[in-house]
Design a protein around this ligand. Sequence first.
Ligand SMILES: *Cc1c(COP(=O)(O)O)cnc(C)c1O
Length: 454
Amino acid sequence: MSDQLKYLLDEERIPKTWYNLQADLPQPLPAVLHPGTGKPIGPSDLAPLFPMSLIAQEVTTEREVEIPEPVRDIYRMWRPTPLYRARGLEKALDTPARIFYKYEGVSPTGSHKPNTSVPQAFYNKEAGITRITTETGAGQWGSSLAFAGALFGLEVKVFMVRVSFEQKPYRKAMMETFGATCVPSPSTETAAGRAILERNPNSTGSLGIAISEAVEQAAQRDDTKYALGSVLNHVLLHQTVIGLEAEEQLRMADAYPDVVVGCTGGGSNFAGIAFPFMGNALRGGRQVRVVAVEPAACPSLTRGKYAYDFGDTAHLTPLVKMHTLGSTFVPSGFHAGGLRYHGMAPLVSHAADLGLLEARAYNQLECFAAGVQFARAESIIPAPEATHAVKGAIEEALACKRDGVARTILFNLCGHGHFDMQAYMDYFAGKLTDQAYDEAELAMALAGLPSVAA
Ligand SMILES: *Cc1c(COP(=O)(O)O)cnc(C)c1O
């Protein structure tokens, strides 16, 4: 039996703790501020939205946070996920690089998102909550929370960005199959949604708007809390199970990455694969280059401002310091719906500001080309979001070829594209274009950033 197979069959290999980068940061994360007072918020400010256990995980600087046994039990359904050596891709690229990828598409909903939807549902259930509201872009998060809600008997209500709601009807069917309710956002069900529709009846929606709607409904009822699929510290924490497993699997292959690559929407799958390796380096272990890849049409890390901003469009959330395009920025309707968020996780933003990572932006067409090349070489069709990580890894492998150096590259294949075949059809039909963002709109959105006393 191969070591890899033995590892996959040994469920005890699932990590017992998540890794918290906050423990090893050379400078602490900037405080989260109350928009009214400009003062740091306390746990009670977040209590209407999240159970205390998750609020505690948001602020803890403990290095290792225990994964509850009921959560590990559910992780066993699909974890550990496989780590593959991309021999087919290496051959196709004729590169001396060794490319490894962690495949998160084997989860019940096809992406890394259940790594956090399951613990979030668990902690809400434990706190006596019966209903959760959320937003979803491409539908990956909505279906993952619907799946977790079904396991714990929680009612789940999902506001889905309208452009994706129309592009990806199967995701809605998946949410409904798991018992959740899914409505297109902006909707007429909330004040935030109605205000947007009044100004623009044809609004295609955005994650910022959908977050406003979900937060508004959660704040109105005691039995309801809100869940976010990315961005927040506790979400990134839960995703580190990816990198921790990868580290152990690479050890079995006698390998350690020189470069770690991930795609970034809100930053959670990237953090999941990269933070454990960044932590090793920060504690004096082996150094590693870390590359975050984002879409050129929604370039928060490469073109955004590192500033305090709202997490949502209607300004219902606290102010967090992050790389942002402005909370009113609405990206074009490109196909990687999961990467269309105006901001970036505060932890990823802070790490970028400290020079702990490199950020790159690629256009949609070159990412689809990379995704197709990957599928033909490795037999897995990547989600449109994941093609950005594939593109980043291919560029690193080609650099190895130019330099004549055999570096080890690790990237996160965060999801499969089986629900995104319309995007591939459009790509093959030549209907996809590289959509730049509107410079004037970006300038306007950035001009509207809230002013915060230094
Ligand atoms: C949601 C999603 C993303 C973007 O979110 P992150 O928090 O940046 O990981 C990327 N890829 C897939 C497959 C997703 O479902």
